[in-house]
Ligand binder design. Structure first.
Ligand SMILES: [Zn+2]
Length: 50
């Protein structure tokens, strides 16, 4: 049976602040990070579609 794989990569930005840190700490202010996530789906092809 044939194996199939689907991959999709997403890029997104997200912001946060950490208000419990001291005011002079760079992470106490609102700031952002860039993320990249890849979703991988792998499985066998259903015989009906061979
Ligand atoms: Zn951060």
């Amino acid at each position: 049976m044939k194996e199939l794989e689907l991959r999709k990569t997403f890029s997104f930005e997200a912001a946060h602040r950490l208000p419990k840190l001291p005011d002079d700490h760079k992470c106490s202010r609102l700031h952002g990070h860039s993320f990249k996530a890849t979703i991988v789906l792998r499985g066998k092809k259903h015989p009906k579609y061979d």
